[in-house]
Design a protein around this ligand. Structure first.
Ligand code: SF4
Length: 427
């Protein structure tokens, strides 16, 4: 008989580190993990992007990590080294996102190492069950530790069929080149390949405020007031999907994880305990907008033409994400966007338009094209940073991410980070 997995839902309306500490300690105790917290401990949060104005709800809050750190040190005094390891969104230096998220302040009260994975000593791991990756290269602290805790932020995400929870967090164990490699229609298999290396012993999810409805970086926060705890990432994500009224079987990376034997999706195989029921949580979220929309049906003033491959995790998803950024943070522009025709994938048909933008290295129009202006943005897929810049340069559209402080992060600070890597020989 398959092993039943446990997921604990705990109520906590506000970010109060002392109460978070208590809940996490009780969770560790209930899972029988207290004695295992020893030696080299790695914590992997979600700090994909942090910015007080345009990405205030995209990351695991430092108050939450504060509570987790206190729980670790107060439950068992055997932790030798605690490392918080992360690689933020592609094309940005993690040090800047740690700073913007307020993680450096954690050092005032806790003896920790903040590790930007791109600047870390790395190791190459051969995967036994990889379908997309045969090997991956990541920080030694991710690949080898005595106890690993994942602390995701519960979010909706247009790139991964609606959900970012524990398994999607693994994209952030890769540096940019490997991260963007096959970040296309193979993204779901890629995410599950990474479970072979990024396999947490314990998961504590920040769902006190969840992030919903648009681009996974810029969307808005909603108070949900819970912490989700588990030891199996698949069971954990199956419950998180239900919290957002999503069918786990329809989220490809969850279904693939179940098929590849990483854990269960069905509630008959998961024990849900805690002081708040799944029904009560679902009652809170039932009216909340997930932002899941098919890019082909967008009503935004731009014509969208899609061909094969349809890459939810690639061009089609990142363009939807780019549009969501505008909807999230510049709603006055949404619906009044200039009349460009956007093409992603190999579009079969003739195109007659004033201005055409072909997005993606493989994308093309397999038919006659009549257009006054034709432009192309390359990449498989293009990074968010590149889309923001190239759309500005080629169409004049100023995306809300196009800000001076983020330009400093994305270019001079990224260069400094690269210099540190060169000096330390860390590639
Ligand atoms: S270029 Fe875009 S559409 Fe083509 S395979 Fe890559 S992500 Fe998919």
């Amino acid at each position: 008989m398959a092993k039943r997995e446990k997921v604990i839902l705990r109520r906590l309306p506000r970010y109060e580190p002392e109460k978070i500490e208590g809940i996490i300690r009780e969770g560790l105790d209930e899972f029988g993990l207290i004695s295992k917290i020893q030696g080299r401990i790695t914590i992997k949060p979600n700090v994909v992007m942090a910015h007080h104005k345009i990405a205030p709800a995209a990351y695991t809050r430092p108050e939450f990590i504060d509570g987790v750190l206190s729980a670790i040190t107060s439950s068992n005094g055997n932790a030798k080294q605690i490392t918080i390891a992360e690689k933020c969104g592609a094309g940005m230096p993690t040090t800047r996102m740690f700073r913007r998220a307020g993680y450096y302040r954690l050092k005032h009260n806790h003896k920790i190492k903040l590790l930007p994975i791109e600047e870390s000593k790395k190791t190459t791991v051969a995967l036994q069950k990889g379908k997309v990756h045969e090997t991956i290269r990541t920080a030694r602290e991710i690949a080898s530790n005595d106890f690993c805790i994942y602390t995701p932020k519960l979010k909706s995400n247009a790139l991964s069929f609606g959900l970012t929870a524990a398994m999607k967090l693994n994209i952030g164990i890769l540096c940019d080149r490997e991260r963007m490699w096959n970040h296309n229609h193979k993204l779901d298999e890629k995410i599950i390949d990474l479970l072979e290396v990024g396999s947490p012993d314990f998961i504590a999810t920040d769902a006190i405020e969840i992030s919903l409805g648009g681009n996974h970086l810029t969307q808005h926060g909603y108070p949900l007031g819970i912490i989700v705890q588990a030891t199996n990432a698949v069971a954990h994500d199956a419950v998180c999907a239900r919290i957002l009224h999503l069918d786990p079987e329809k989220i490809p990376h969850l279904r693939i994880a179940r098929e590849r034997g990483y854990g269960p999706l069905g509630l008959e195989d998961i024990d849900i305990s805690g002081d708040i029921s799944l029904d009560e949580v679902q009652h809170t979220t039932k009216e909340w907008e997930l932002g899941l929309m098919d890019i082909r049906n967008l009503d935004c003033g731009m014509e969208i033409l899609c061909g094969e491959p349809y890459c939810q995790g690639g061009c089609h998803g990142v363009v939807l994400d780019w549009l969501h950024m505008i909807k999230d943070r510049k709603p006055q522009l949404w619906g009044k966007l200039p009349s460009w025709t956007l093409v992603m994938g190999k579009y079969k048909g003739d195109v007659s338009a004033d201005r055409v933008m072909v997005i993606g290295s493989c994308s093309e129009i397999q038919g006659k094209v009549q257009a006054r202006v034709k432009r192309r943005i390359k990449g498989c897929p293009p990074k968010h940073k590149d889309l923001v810049l190239w759309f500005f340069l080629k169409t004049g559209i100023i995306n809300p991410m196009f800000r001076l402080d983020l330009i400093f992060d994305a270019y001079p600070y990224l260069f400094l980070s690269w210099c540190r890597r060169v000096l330390k020989g860390r590639f």
